[in-house]
Design a binder for this molecule. Structure first.
Ligand SMILES: [Cu+2]
Length: 118
């Protein structure tokens, strides 16, 4: 009996954790309903997460460097460009036009991501 309660608590905690991790995705869904939203991308372990975002026109995307290595966020089409971001530094860009906006890290060009605005 006690075991069952513990299992339920564990699932609840796990569920909360997953809900937190899902917050970014929920913003994207809200964005589809034409709300102006702020969306976060985390840079961790040489990966932009999520690597591909779909947001509504007017959305501000903020990148945060969670790595202990410097990174940059540079638009392939030269539409935006961050300075070198040290650990926990942020860079934001507002997407006022629909389109697909690929970007990469100029220090590690294999790090790529994409913001789709509609
Ligand atoms: Cu990098």
């Amino acid at each position: 009996m006690k075991r069952t309660v513990l299992a339920i608590v564990c699932f609840a905690v796990l569920g909360l954790g997953l809900a937190g991790a899902d917050a970014g995705a929920m913003h994207v869904r809200a964005g589809a309903q034409q709300k102006v939203e702020a969306v976060e991308v985390k840079i961790d372990n040489f990966v932009f997460g999520p690597p591909e975002l779909t947001v509504a026109v007017g959305t501000t995307v903020t990148w945060t460097n969670r790595d202990d290595i410097p990174h940059t966020v540079v638009s392939t089409d030269k539409l935006f460009k961050s300075k070198v971001l040290d650990t926990d530094e942020k860079f934001s860009s507002t997407f006022d036009k629909a389109g697909t906006f690929p970007y990469f890290c100029s220090i590690h060009p294999k790090m790529i991501g994409k913001v789709v605005v509609h």
